[in-house]
Design a protein around this ligand. Sequence first.
Ligand code: HEC
Length: 118
Amino acid sequence: MSFRLNGFVFFLFYSLLCLASCHAGLHKPTPKEVVLAQRKWTDADLRSLTAGQVLYTTHCGKCHTLYKADAFSEDSWLDCLPEMSHKAHISHDEQILVRRFILTRRTYVLEKKSNREQ
Ligand code: HEC
């Protein structure tokens, strides 16, 4: 296979990989998100954010698509989470993990978008 074709195949492969991992709740929280989370909750860490992400992806996409964190305002998330957590049969403590994950991801995505526009 020529070098150019190889390059193209890699390009395709990584594009597909990105498409898959850029989906709503799929990618794991990053250390940058830990920094964001700790602005609000001093006890936030990578483990608890990741736990929230796992709960979100495993429990919140059963009845509808996994909504993107920035698809709703912070207030809308706070409004719907108690009812949705009940529907998803997750505990109060688990709901807090999901809430922290989703609100942090929301801020992260919005800040990234606004940086890109500058
Ligand atoms: C048993 C099914 C079910 C599960 C599980 C579920 N949802 Fe829902 N969700 C619904 C239904 C039905 C609606 C729309 C009507 C309503 O608000 O009850 C909805 C609506 C929503 C909305 C508002 C959508 C809009 O367009 O306004 C959000 C956000 C949401 N769910 C998030 C979640 C999250 C987060 C979880 C996990 C904690 C979750 N859902 C788990 C059934 C479910």
